[in-house]
Design a protein around this ligand. Structure first.
Ligand SMILES: [Fe+2]
Length: 147
């Protein structure tokens, strides 16, 4: 598959989201310290959003005639994210890691949007615009919290 193709980038993003969800689960489980009761449940909401995004992007791939990647091995081959060590995380540390990943993922989203626009795929553009707007909101809020 052409590395710059829309389907390749969408599939790469499906993998990114799986890796991201595993990392958020890691922070959710291994969170320690004074902000536990705020950040631990907040991460449940982030994971629920990621699940919805995974399903929407994968099903969009099917709608345009492609098969979504469904293998952890393949996800890890293409992801832009680094996995996180299993260890205790303080709230600020976890939020900073997620802020970093939200920014990387937003770059991926913007690339997909650009290709979708070039291809005249308004529905994929609309889906990715919605996800991108949510990531911009998280980047603002997470950034404000760690400032
Ligand atoms: Fe939980």
């Amino acid at each position: 598959m052409d590395k710059m193709s829309l389907a390749f980038q969408m599939n790469k993003f499906v993998g990114d989201l799986h890796v991201f969800k595993t990392k958020v689960h890691n922070f959710h489980w291994n969170l320690v310290g004074e902000h536990f009761f705020v950040i631990h449940p907040m991460l449940d909401g982030i994971m629920a959003e990621i699940d919805t995004q995974i399903d929407s992007v994968a099903e969009r791939l099917l709608m345009v005639g492609h098969r979504p990647h469904a293998s952890l091995h393949v996800y890890l081959q293409h992801t832009v994210l680094a996995e996180a060590e299993t260890k205790p995380y303080g709230a600020k540390e976890a939020v900073n890691y997620m802020l970093h990943d939200f920014k990387l993922l937003l770059t991926e989203i913007n690339l997909i949007m650009k290709i979708a626009e070039k291809n005249g795929d308004g529905e994929t553009l609309s889906l990715m615009t919605e996800i991108g707007a949510l990531y911009q909101k998280h980047i603002w809020m997470f950034g404000a919290w760690v400032a």
